[in-house]
Design a binder for this molecule. Sequence first.
Ligand code: SF4
Length: 240
Amino acid sequence: MSITSFLPTDAEGGFCGDISGYKYLQSAPKTSMVPPTRTLRIGGLTPMTTLDYPGELAAVVFCQGCPWRCRYCHNGHLLPSRGGEQISWSEVRSFLEGRVGLLDALVFSGGEPTLQAALPAAANEARSMGFKIGLHTAGPYPDRLRRLLPFIDWVGLDIKALPADYPTLTGVPGSGERAWASLVLLLEAGVALQVRTTVLPGWSDEKDIRPLADRLAAFGVRNHVLQHCRMDSVPDPALE
Ligand code: SF4
């Protein structure tokens, strides 16, 4: 399957929309304009976990902002581009300096980490300290993801549904094509990958899960996990 059949039809940097007054998908900056790590907006830090990077002891940085508004998102505080409490990258860097040799990895999660142009520089800096770099992403920016590949060791990619079913979940037209383009990109790059799907209430094995799992397998996905929808504080009351 060629990646070109899944690439968004609009130019990634120019795609723009508005959800609840939040402007999203700003133009991707050129390399010479990449902002320094201090501009990375961070809404939270988990100092140690064994759950977020398979087989590794990791810390998790929760990046602020996401272009999508999934019906079942339970990270509502991380969706706006700026949140209430922010942690600076220099604080994270100081934390990491004290964890060299104690932690294996740093995971960038969110929100949507690839929203932020400062992410490659931050990942590169953490990696140069000896940490493996993990990324949790829903894949809304395949082009940015491609530029991030040299700095990441493992990806947990959300594939929410077949491409045509995405807008009813994310609220954003074209989101499915973007996510699946990111999947193809990661498969072609050969990066260590886990694909995750959140199973919504009312989904059936026959109608929803099996067709998705079969399509993923046909694409070459070997590590696909299902996760149950957390019903606490989901934005869509119809799911509760
Ligand atoms: S892509 Fe992830 S962080 Fe963004 S709205 Fe959906 S579930 Fe929430």
